[in-house]
Design a protein around this ligand. Structure first.
Ligand SMILES: Cc1cc2nc3c(=O)[nH]c(=O)nc-3n(C[C@H](O)[C@H](O)[C@H](O)COP(=O)(O)O)c2cc1C
Length: 267
């Protein structure tokens, strides 16, 4: 196999580092205030500074009013001890806009000379998405009264407020987890206090129904208002898998009688 020349190797390596999604810098602690001696293109694009503006400076110029002092202290200590450190801190671009920087700093010795390599990833979007999910989950918690085991093998959950696609998705996961953990055979969802944005939530209930059926459990929907019943009736004609009752009590009676093996008529 033909060996690559050193020049080609360096050029290839540089192209790889510049093409990476991760910002990379190298600092020289033998110089006053540990300045940056190298940055890749990604670091330049991420921060908005030019190469000339950053070479020769300590990287703290990325910090601003809301950068946590504790994070700065941790970095100072790790660098002084020549230790590796990873953290996510708030930094600022040249135009003053903040971004969340997932940063790793690592000491490297080359021919007995110490350098530090820093890699930076802008995770602002990721963090915002994570926060949106968390906010949505706590919203669900508020909308969903706790899942209760009312009898052995039977659990109920009452839904209040407005449900939408995402909330139904979370509800499905939570019910499935609960049913599996508590070996529930019959799950009742009461929708007396529920309103919804989508045309009809029946689709979502049948999704939950299917998920539970795979686990060997049954789903019943109760608390259907006359208006909702009207809407449900049309859908149920097309899809009659769901068993519905006007009240939780009626569903419980049905389950008890069914467990006893008797035939009853559903209201
Ligand atoms: C290789 C390397 C990369 C660094 N990258 C960043 C960075 O991206 N953002 C930041 O706020 N600080 C970064 N720092 C930390 C600062 O340069 C500085 O060490 C830190 O603010 C603690 O020192 P000080 O208290 O003297 O400011 C980096 C440090 C090193 C050695």
């Amino acid at each position: 196999m033909k060996e690559l020349t050193q020049k080609t190797q360096v050029t290839l390596l540089e192209a790889m580092i510049d093409g990476s999604k991760v910002g990379t810098i190298v600092t020289d602690p033998s110089q006053k205030d540990n300045p940056i001696i190298y940055t890749n293109k990604t670091f330049i694009d991420m921060t908005g500074y030019t190469q000339q503006e950053v070479i020769g400076r300590n990287c703290r110029f990325l910090q601003g009013p809301d950068t946590a002092k504790e994070d700065i202290g941790k970095m100072k200590k790790a660098i002084a001890n020549e230790e590796k450190i990873m953290l996510t801190l708030l930094n600022y671009r040249k135009d003053g806009s903040p971004f969340w920087n997932r940063l790793a700093i690592e000491p490297v010795r080359i021919e007995d000379k110490l350098y530090f390599i820093g890699t930076q990833t802008d995770i602002t979007l990721e963090r915002a998405q994570q926060q949106a999910i968390m906010a949505n989950e706590s919203e669900i918690e508020k909308l969903m009264l706790p899942i209760l085991s009312v009898q052995e093998n039977v659990a109920t959950v009452a839904l209040v407020g407005t449900m939408n696609f995402q909330r139904f998705e979370t509800l499905k996961v939570k019910i499935c987890e609960y049913v599996q953990e508590h070996r529930i055979e019959h799950a009742i969802i009461d929708i007396t206090g529920l309103s919804w944005n989508e045309k009809s939530p029946l689709y979502w209930f049948t999704q939950i129904y299917d998920a539970l059926r795979i686990m060997g459990s049954k789903l019943y929907v109760t608390g259907i208002s006359p208006a909702a019943a009207q809407q449900f009736a049309n859908d149920l004609e097309r899809d009659s898998r769901l068993t519905t009752f006007s009240t939780i009590e009626k569903a419980l009676n049905f389950i008890t009688l069914q467990s006893g093996g008797k035939n009853i008529s559903v209201d």
